[in-house]
Design a protein around this ligand. Structure first.
Ligand SMILES: Nc1ncnc2c1ncn2[C@@H]1O[C@H](COP(=O)(O)OP(=O)(O)OP(=O)(O)O)[C@@H](O)[C@H]1O
Length: 334
């Protein structure tokens, strides 16, 4: 585990074995899992330790290094638990995957790429991967704990976000994407399901399974979620980092409207609408937000609004003074 020096690290509250943490050996005990996950939904009472100094660099981690808390969720390839590093008290999320499943579904390569990419990233709006370890049958990822959970769930619960919240999220995501693009990484799978929310309400971009280091020639691999696919991928043309700009436009729309713009019951119909950029923005969407959506959802990738101009877009400029100050917004100093 690289030194977890990020200001987003969190330390468990004081006291012996608090928050329902148990021995790490219980992590694969299905019965206790069920018991824990059906228990309290509240996050463990944890205290953010901002600017905490470097801790235990180059330590060798194993399952014994952690006390395992409640199950945070379940993905296609594993379960995620809240965990506390016994030595330091730091709280993280521990993702547990069965090796045989990764092999069975032929996702080892994708998984290795995800680890390689994510462990080298340092940005307040990108979920940190502190390290990984394995035993004979499982692989464990030590991830930053996103205390407010999944963006997707929050959005579905609220229906849609107001301009203030949506603009703050979009500005944070634009900053994270801009950081990735400067490192020649395309995310390629931006959608609410791949966004988590940190303890202070800040966006955490996660899931780098589809990401690629931009190659010299552009790629044609078909990937990503249907609703977020750009015209060039629907039309099986080459694509580059500008696919993320299109996805940001789709996301802006979904945040403000509650569903993605080209959604149709049949795949073919969705493809068609994407290819034609058949965009209908409801009248309740503000003029400024609609302008940004249209500028991002351009059929021609070169015409899409550049990420570095997003903080100066009128929608962001208008709403920035209303953002709650504690939620990790990417404020401009000028
Ligand atoms: N770092 C984290 N902090 C808090 N909760 C998390 C964290 N990582 C995952 N979770 C929770 O666990 C669930 C499962 O996560 P996981 O990454 O395994 O799968 P996923 O991203 O939902 O799906 P997929 O299997 O397609 O990658 C998430 O939906 C989320 O609710």
């Amino acid at each position: 585990m690289p030194p977890p020096s990020s200001p987003n690290l969190h330390k468990a509250g004081a006291g012996p074995a608090p928050h329902g943490y148990v021995s790490s050996h219980d992590v694969v005990n299905a019965q206790t899992d069920a018991h824990r996950s059906s228990g309290s939904n509240s996050s463990p009472p944890i205290t953010a330790l901002h600017n905490q100094s470097e801790v235990q660099a180059h330590r060798q981690y194993s399952l014994d290094s952690f006390e395992i808390g409640r199950k945070l969720g379940k993905g296609k390839f594993g379960k995620v638990y809240c965990a506390r590093d016994k030595a330091t008290g730091y709280v993280c999320a521990l993702k547990v995957m069965e090796k045989k499943e990764l092999i069975h579904f032929k996702v080892e390569k994708q998984f290795r790429r995800e680890i390689e990419i994510q462990s080298n990233l340092r940005h307040p709006n990108i979920l940190r991967l502190y390290g990984h370890f394995h035993d004979s049958s499982r692989v464990f990822l030590i991830l930053e704990y996103a205390g407010q959970g999944e963006m997707f769930k929050v959005l579905r619960k609220k229906g849609r976000f107001n301009d203030i919240l949506a603009s703050q999220y979009i500005c944070q995501i634009a900053s994270a994407l801009s950081y990735l693009h400067k490192k020649h990484i395309i995310h390629r799978d931006l959608k609410p399901e791949n966004l988590l929310i940190g303890l202070d309400g800040e966006v955490k971009l996660s899931d780098f399974g589809w990401s690629v280091h931009t190659p010299s020639s552009r790629r044609t691999t078909m990937c990503g979620t249907l609703d977020y696919l750009p015209p060039e991928m629907v039309e099986a043309k080459d694509h580059d980092y500008k696919v993320d700009l299109w996805a940001l436009g789709v996301l802006t729309y979904e945040f403000l409207v509650g569903n993605p713009p080209f959604e149709e019951p049949a795949h073919k119909a969705t493809y068609k609408r994407i290819s034609k950029v058949d965009l209908k923005i409801p009248p309740f969407v503000s003029v400024e937000a609609a302008d940004l959506i249209r500028r991002l959802l351009q059929h021609q990738p070169e015409r899409r609004y550049p990420l570095d101009q997003i903080p100066d877009h009128p929608w962001i400029v208008k709403n920035r003074p209303l953002w709650p100050s504690s939620s990790g917004g990417q404020r401009r100093s000028s």
